[in-house]
Design a protein around this ligand. Sequence first.
Ligand code: URA
Ligand code: CA
Length: 436
Amino acid sequence: MSVLEVIEKKKHGRSLSADEIKDTINDYVKGVIKDYQMSALLMAIYFKGMSDEEINALTGAMIDSGDTVDLSSIKGTIVDKHSTGGVGDTTTLILGPILSAYGLPFGKMSGRGLGHTGGTLDKLEAIPGLHVDLSVDEIVDATNNVGMAVAGQTANITPADKKLYALRDATATVDAIPLIASSIMSKKLAIHGDCLLLDVKVGDGAFMRDRENALKLAETMVSIGENFGRKTVAMLTRMDQPLGNAVGNGLEIQEAIDTLRGEGPEDLTELCIALAVRLIAMTCDGDPKRIESDVRALIDDGKALEQFKRFVENQGGDGRVVEDPSILPKAEHTLDVKAKFSGFVQAIPAHDVGILARDLGAGRITMEDKLDMAAGVYLHKKVGDEVSEGDVLATLYSAKPDALKEGGERMEKIVKISSEAVHVEPLIMDEVYHGL
Ligand code: URA
Ligand code: CA
């Protein structure tokens, strides 16, 4: 069947066969199908959707377009987590040490940040000496010997997704659930593993702004995972304001260390514990209450933090960072943003804070941009907190005095203060799984 017939079929809302989807993806990667033809098909998918069978075929075709990573020589049940992207989301660097201290191998391939969201690899590189360019064999060795590794992607994973994602970005077809779900899941499934926990963010700083669409995305991703034999659970979590207090690479490393010591922000701590408990429960029949008290004990007795230090040192990083924050890069300039009136913090829109942190130097506009590891935003107040006029709401960090001054003016508008008390909604909204 020609690509014209495939587009025609989808335009009228008919289902494509697995072979039609496979051939289309293969021909697109080869350049036989042109960008303008694929654009038309993507827009037809945007409007007409895809059945579960079509979504599974699309995911499979994207996995088959590149390498798969065999981590099967990692001993034990291999767990992985993925967040659909947020602001100040430091969870991987807290969850990894907790899980590996518990005895679950945590060998993860992570990404870099772009736009308003940060990437785990960038955050890690704030630690002097630490490198993330591990080969697959090195990931396996580190995971078997130390329990944990976080690395960039060396293999040529899902090239079809790379090409399609760039085209979607340029044709306003990113936000179609079948396309987001197959894009994320193909990258996860191309890497060997047993259990996958998806943290699907909902709200201002996320792809999915409302609960209904986030649930649909979560259900689609869980179905794909189960279809490909991976135990998959999704948790829907709120991303209306940044997670924790810190947004920025070095600042978030410090926040991860504080949280592993049991002194972190409440929202971040509780989310990490909930994610850890859910992921551990996927690997065994344990009672969640027991698992939770075990997880809290790993923080209280310092085992999780010790594990973080071992992981950092194994990847060449300076492990003294755990006791001595002065090792982390220091910002040249700081600015305190103060409350103009008394009241209660009503909103701190995550997207705006992410963009502000990026403009201070913590993030990228294009993949080539250099990062300022010390730049970012530290929130002293969060939604629901009572504030008095003159209280410091946030501290901004940057090497660029002009960006700092302009950022201060923006931050005053970003933080909304109300005269009435504000109700804070629970961070975890829902959970999606199939018969686990
Ligand atoms: N993240 C991805 O990897 N793919 C998408 O389509 C959206 C978010
Ligand atoms: Ca944070």
